[in-house]
Design a binder for this molecule. Structure first.
Ligand code: FO1
Length: 313
């Protein structure tokens, strides 16, 4: 049974890490959002791919969730001194990833192959694949005008009021080669939407017509709610839900994924929502979803896999 995990951001990376602890590399494909990718200081930067890579490689900064632990900041400090842009924090070791990715892409290597080679060098056995070979930049529509994703997220710290989100070129973009191959070979048996931001990390993946098509087949699809006790574990998910007129709750998450998921995994803090979720036709798994330690990630992954398998057929 090959499980396809859709991931982006820190919550996605942590869930993907849990799944990698319990699934053989042949049984898991981690498909990662590319909407956050951008070119900065002349370098191609793919934050969601790198966050998943660093997390699985055991290199991630445990405090931020992104970037590398015990970084040094010599290049950033020098850029700042020279008057260059320092709003997006690139550590010295992290910069090596961007330099090497940019070099390989400029030489004509496909995005999925570059990712494969970086993963191999970081001793990651599991498959981490960009959702597409193409760029699909997320544009955040705000009361102050359109912003690129990182301008909204990092430069403006998610403060502008969001009126919409769009994914440039998504409807024309194809799935990356390894994903297309796995789907054509009929390998995928279930889909897990990691507890990533639904609007900024999972929607850009669902915006690809070929992914939508996959999700309309009879595959079991479950989502792990990134909202716990009315709050986002990390990032602006709850703020966005309010801005989009959805309740910042597991019910709002279920409404957002309506027609896509068969099951939802929610935290014990949200037990009061179980009945309403079941009445909406969803299967519900109630458990501890806040992935504070590696043990919790692993336990949650085991429970999610048992749950999604129970939805099969
Ligand atoms: N997020 C921030 O909030 N501030 C930063 O300066 C920042 C730098 C950064 C550098 C490399 C990288 O891979 C990720 C980085 N992130 C930073 C996270 C990034 O904005 C991601 O797109 C978000 O975590 C959303 O998934």
């Amino acid at each position: 049974m090959v499980c396809l995990a859709l991931a982006g951001g820190v919550g996605g990376a942590r869930m993907a890490h849990g799944l990698s602890m319990v699934l053989h590399p042949e049984d898991l494909i981690i498909a990662v959002n590319v909407g956050d990718d951008f070119t900065h200081l002349g370098l191609r930067i793919c934050p969601d791919l790198d966050t998943v890579m660093y997390t699985l490689a055991g290199l991630a900064n445990p405090e931020t969730g992104w970037g590398i632990e015990d970084e040094t900041w010599n290049v950033m400090n020098s850029i700042k001194k020279l008057g260059g842009p320092d709003w997006f924090a690139l550590g010295d070791r992290d910069l090596a990833t961007h330099l090497e990715r940019t070099r390989q892409l400029a030489a004509g290597t496909k995005h999925s192959d570059v990712t494969k080679s970086l993963c191999h060098r970081l001793d990651i056995a599991h498959k981490i694949v960009p959702i597409s070979e193409q760029a699909i930049p997320t544009i955040v529509e705000t009361a102050e005008g359109d912003l690129s994703f990182q301008e909204y997220f990092v430069k403006q710290k998610c403060k502008p009021q969001v009126t919409g989100v769009r994914f440039a070129g998504a409807t024309e973009a194809g799935l990356s080669h390894p994903l297309r191959h796995a789907i054509d070979a009929g390998e995928i048996d279930c889909v897990i939407c990691c507890p990533s931001n639904p609007f900024l990390s999972i929607d850009p993946i669902l915006a690809l017509p070929e992914m939508r098509e996959l999700l309309t087949t009879a595959l079991p699809v479950v989502a792990i709610s990134p909202i716990v006790g009315g709050r986002a574990i990390k990032g602006p998910a709850a703020k966005l839900m309010r801005e989009f007129g959805l309740p910042p709750s597991t019910l709002g998450i279920a409404a957002h994924y309506s027609g896509i998921i068969n099951g939802i995994v929610i935290d014990t803090a949200d037990e009061a929502d179980v009945l309403a979720l079941r009445e909406s036709g969803l299967k519900v798994l109630l458990t501890d979803t806040v992935m504070t330690t590696d043990e919790v990630r692993e336990t949650l992954a085991r429970q999610v896999l048992t749950f999604v398998r129970s939805l099969h057929g």
